[in-house]
Write a protein that binds this ligand. Structure first.
Ligand SMILES: C[S@@+](CC[C@H](N)C(=O)[O-])C[C@H]1O[C@@H](n2cnc3c(N)ncnc32)[C@H](O)[C@@H]1O
Length: 245
């Protein structure tokens, strides 16, 4: 009964404790799900959402919630300067896994990071802000992200923003509300789509399915084809790309 109630009643989780404890999980398990076949396909779709929203001018990128550095090397190749911000245990592991970028990882929460003004051509939240902030913390963080973004720079959020309690991580805001916060601060919307069909995400990302790689791949692909019919409603991860005017 309690489990059923949890689907309908939202209680903010202890996101910081949860993520700090996961930093030492091997490979992508530290930042993704427990089924490697699902992770590989999800990673490719997440990266293609980033790639199609890269800014024309690529001096500096801020990777908010960089985790153990899954995307750091690739982003660092595309920009002159890479900065990754995350909780202490994640940053320690990111440094260990990306020794060449060690100095560019900053241990801070998204709420408390000292955002330098007018410094980044792209600010990325790849599955960070929906876990990191409560809804009331989101507008001030968005304000700081906007001030850290250079004019003409991109803000790219690939995050599970939802209002329905069973899907909410920490931030109980819809994608539309998140977009509203940024546009009210002067950003323009370039893309709003979504990836990771919700039922496939709930079924195939699970550890129990890890033994069934072909089934996982088929389930993922069929799911994404369905998701493309109405992505904003059917996708778990909302892809929101904005430009600071
Ligand atoms: C799903 S993982 C994604 C990591 C990385 N962006 C990636 O895609 O591989 C979510 C990340 O958000 C980080 N996170 C959670 N709460 C945070 C907070 N308050 N401030 C900064 N990062 C936070 C976690 O530590 C974790 O690394």
């Amino acid at each position: 009964m309690k489990r059923l109630m949890r689907l309908f009643i939202y209680r903010p989780p202890d996101a910081t404790g949860f993520w700090r404890a996961r930093a030492n999980d091997p490979g992508w398990f530290s930042v993704m799900w427990a089924n490697p076949a699902y992770n590989e396909l999800a990673h490719a779709d997440q990266w293609s959402a980033i790639e199609r929203n890269l800014p024309a001018h690529r001096d500096a990128v801020l990777d908010l919630g960089c985790g153990t550095g899954r995307l750091s090397g690739r982003l660092a190749e595309l920009f002159n300067r890479y900065v990754g911000v995350d909780l202490d245990t994640m940053v320690a592991e990111a440094r260990r896994r990306n020794p060449a970028l060690g100095a560019e990882f900053v241990s801070a929460s998204a709420q408390e990071y000292d955002y330098p003004a007018d410094s980044f051509d792209m600010v990325l939240s790849m599955a960070c802000l929906a876990s990191a902030c409560r809804a009331d913390e989101f507008p001030p963080v968005a304000q700081r992200i906007m001030s850290a973004t250079r004019a003409g720079g991109k803000i790219v959020l690939i995050d599970p923003f939802h209002r329905f309690p069973a899907l909410v991580r920490t931030c109980r805001l819809s994608a539309k509300e998140v977009i509203g916060v940024f546009t009210s601060l002067g950003a323009t919307l370039d893309e709003w789509s979504a990836i990771h069909f919700i039922p496939s995400r709930l079924i195939f990302a699970r550890r129990q399915l890890a033994r069934f790689q072909r089934l996982t791949r088929a389930g993922y692909r069929v799911g994404e084809s369905i998701c493309r019919l109405a992505p904003r409603r059917l996708g778990d991860y909302q892809v929101i790309a904005l430009t600071k005017k």
